[in-house]
Ligand binder design. Sequence first.
Ligand code: SF4
Length: 897
Amino acid sequence: MSYSNPSKPKNLFTKTTCPYCGVGCGVLAHTDDYGVVTVTGDTEHPANLGRLCSKGTALGETVYLDERLLYPEILGEQVSWEQALATVAGRFSKIIAAHGADAVALYVSGQLLTEDYYVANKLMKGFVGSSNIDTNSRLCMSSVVAGYKRAFGEDIVPGCYEDLERAKLIVLVGSNTAWCHPVLYQRIVDTKNNNPDLQIVNIDPRKTQTSSVADLHLAIRPGTDSVLFNGLLVWLETAGEHNAMYTRNFTRGMQAALDSAKNSAASIEIVAEKCGLPANDVEAFFRLFARTERTVTAFSQGINQSSSGVDKINSIINCHLYTGRIGRPGMGPFSLTGQPNAMGGREVGGLANQLAAHMEIHNETHRQRVKRFWNSPVIAKTEGLKAVDLFNAIDEGKIKAVWIIASNPIVSLPEADKVRSALEKCELVIVSDCVRETDTVKLAHIRLPATTWGEKDGTITNSERCISRQRSFLQPPGLAKPDWWIVTEVARKMGFTDAFPYTSPVEIFREHARLSGFENENERLFNIDALADITSSQYNALTPIQWPVTRQSPNGTARLLSAARFSTTDKKANFIAIEPRLPANACSTDYPFILNTGRVRDQWHTMTRTGMSPRLSAHTIESYVEIHPDDAHRHAINDFEIVEITNTLGKSIYVRAQFSDKQQPGSIFVPIHWNQQFSSQARVGSLIKAVLDPISGQPEFKHSVAKIRPWHANWYGFLISRHKPALKYASYWARSRGKGFWRYEVAGQVNPEDWSEHARTLLGRVGEQENWIEFYDKARFHYRAARIVNDRLDACIFIYPSNALPPRDWLISLFQKGTITPEERASLLTGTPPADQQDYGRIVCACFNIGEKLITQTIRANSLRTTDEIGQILKAGTNCGSCKPELSEYLKTIWGH
Ligand code: SF4
């Protein structure tokens, strides 16, 4: 099913933005006569200047309608919008009247546009009168908000992307930029290629794809980042690298921070010992930092997702304050946000502990100001419940109604099974989503169909404070509506019509801009007042612009804090004395592994969008655990074997083992994406204990503890089919989408009575039995079968007693063909190509469908030494460039350097 009614005349481009990561790339979207959407990078967008990563490039493949939620539903029955909205408003109002405002909650998302976010926050804090609205951005950047506020008095990102190109030293801490912010990574690599003097230090317990660009990789002991940066602060003092004029005039609290740093990290030897690093490497990093004025320290989830994330951030900021390296080109502490509009959410106060427009709930002046501006009957008095506490309150029955918008907390929150049982018990669960079946939507009493990328219209703000338009170019299908519209209509039905008069996003944006300047008097740097009178046509034509956008700086502001006037009462920045705390979860004999989590190159969050794309699904087809080979041998685990990982709560997941010497012994890594739509049980959220940063409430996703053991099945197999089979007998399964087919990896402990009969039930269709071919060696327990319809491969299944199955890549290539030849048919059940064909291996370059085997063969055959040389022959890496770090790895593996 595809869009037949694009909202734009065909063959015209729409300038919009990518909906995935915080880089916030501009894209040009184009719909052809058949409704097929293609996207290219927008060369005029300052974030990417035309570049896109694999996810952005494949956006066109994700505008599927097949799995969309198209109509409002109550208890599974389709209803009208009128009925759905009236029910939501009525039930919310009743619960508030009976139990108070804090008995209801909203859980929203960094996927929302700023306008959506604004009305949701306004409804809860100004009209319901509760701060029980939190967002999944709590899971990715709330520690940064708290860290910036402690240091600068406001949530301010001082720098911009250009600083990465003007720096002489880039320190990437806890950030696999190559996979998580790929276009920024490409900008860094291009800068490095043009300027070999640029030094890059990568601080990460894992050696990742990002490490390949680094001059120095510090494989730090997990959780010890504050020790390292405290040590750096001490070293800077010893080395005389103190900007005394800056600290004297513009900061306070330096001596306490230094004293505290000396307590934990007095010497290089102590730092090296505590961080598990060679002393020489620590010294090399310190010397580099000390002598390089233009230093950017960029950090991401490896720092934020920690029970001491806020302290880690302040330990980094302390070093920049000490050297005065903030607010000038090529320097500064720089948080790379995870989601496309995490920043927009911060602007409107989408977190439970914020108000709006960078104002504070605990500040009576701010509360009354916002109340006056909104002309609201009430204003939230205290901070609301942060994400994990909010779902705990649902579990305890304190919150009786929750409205989840554009998020999938049953997959993404820690202790995800507890989240599920909380929602199962909850009196009223409302979910607004664009997808018909997610783990969370399944549990909703009321389902509200929301528009999605391509249909949505509004603004987002990326990691460098750049506000960009996200524009619609597709008509919403079915009865799907924008999130701002849904919230607005519910607010009206709750009796707040006058305060929610909106009929379009621009009206909301104007109000948001006005509030940012309302009684501001330079108190808050977040100010876009100059956009408060924007007309509809100006809004439609709005080009990317970095806030603040004021009457004095109408064209935006690239860097902040250059005047060293902070948002604190005395306008000085705060050093924060840091006493490093190690992660609360400690390994034991029974649970010997540190469990780390993160993203893979081609998937996004819980796969509700990227899981639709065949191109993106080809790179990593099932979840896995990266484990050091020594650990694997100690635990009798073989490469590619299915393993069970269990946490101290007794929860388990089942994933494929993947050996990697880039993993530290004692640590394992599992990706965050897989949910129960794509796997039997690979939701790593169920293994994460809800240990939180005490200030930000951000969960520790990088340091859980677990044990691991092989999981043995009676049979293993895979099936590839043009139709989705109804699986039976498979205790383990992982599903991925191909172009015109589904691929399943399966394993089971119970055998069907007759494999031949079972396979036909799974894959066959009545009346077409004559095209069924099969091979069944009962003695060796090898079963293989294929279904061919009109000389076209329709489905195949391979079942073995062990994991030693044939490669899938050649078989998959047959599904791309109209018909198969007699030779291919003859080879089909061996799983290997005929003599004149090749198996090109697992797809590495998703843009040009180039496989691993072809790449390594070509490197060897042509003595290739660079990724550009590979690109010249195979085209791999020449479009989005996301596979370049892997191409570099192949070159290193083959040539040894
Ligand atoms: Fe989208 Fe990739 Fe750009 Fe991130 S880097 S915004 S995922 S195209």
